[in-house]
Design a protein around this ligand. Structure first.
Ligand code: AMP
Length: 222
């Protein structure tokens, strides 16, 4: 696909496991969006044992949220560096103060948030999906043992890396993350509805049908 990205900013909202990361990967691979996943940034920093990684590890492993000021710290630098490009935010913002912070930073840079896509999914489906999710330790590619298994068990199709289960993808932690989502992140649904930016897509439609809808919505914004 050769559609050229031209500076759209898109937020993917939804419970853990709804397929936000997969849609963000597709947007990056097929439409040239810059994929900004705060969770992935944190996992990389934790893996490298950097000061930021050490600071956020406890929150990430337990399924709690990293404090807003830590999350917002890297945001301005990122936005400035990517001002002219299309960006998909995956897992950010996750609280009202983060959303307000993002609005402030964008306004300062003369940029707009063009679309907020709520990829919705029931709690039972979330638990089912996440407990069967595996990720490549090397390149970060995501698999699901039920509907997108690797060709060889435990081995990444793309790079041969080792597949692992994230610590926060175990059932008890998944339930905790769902609680955090309901309490702290779901108020963003109202926040962006009031801004007239929110569109809901049913995550149960599956990867390809959700992506078809995402592409339609993006085409309307261009
Ligand atoms: P994710 O990969 O998006 O599911 O994120 C994994 C974990 O990273 C979350 O459960 C949080 O602990 C942390 N995290 C990621 N993004 C944020 C954010 N925007 N605000 C606070 N914590 C975050």
């Amino acid at each position: 696909m050769s559609e050229k990205a031209d500076g759209l900013r898109l937020v993917l909202l939804g419970p853990p496991g709804s397929g936000k990361g997969t849609q963000a990967e597709l947007l990056s691979d097929k439409l040239g969006f810059v994929h900004y996943s705060t969770g992935e940034v944190f996992r990389e920093e934790i893996g490298k044992r950097t000061p930021l990684g050490i600071k956020v590890e406890g929150y990430v492993v337990s399924g709690g949220l990293v404090p807003d000021e830590v999350v917002l710290e890297g945001e301005e630098v990122f936005l400035q560096a990517n001002a002219g490009r299309s960006v998909v935010f995956d897992g950010f913002p996750r609280t009202i103060p983060q959303a307000e912070g993002l609005d402030r930073l964008l306004a300062k840079l003369g940029l707009d948030l063009n679309l907020v896509l709520l990829v919705d999914l029931s709690d039972d489906e979330v638990v089912q999906r996440l407990s069967r999710r595996r990720q490549c330790r090397n390149c970060g590619k995501i698999y699901n043992l039920s509907f997108s298994p690797p060709k060889r068990p435990g081995v990444c199709d793309e790079c041969g890396g080792e597949l692992y289960q994230r610590k926060d993808d175990q059932e008890e932690t998944i339930r905790a993350r769902l609680r955090v989502y309901k309490e702290q992140t779901s108020p963003l649904i109202d926040y962006y509805t009031r801004q007239g930016k929110l569109v809901r897509v049913d995550g149960a439609l599956g990867r390809d049908r959700v992506f078809a809808r995402v592409q339609e919505l993006i085409a309307e914004k261009r």
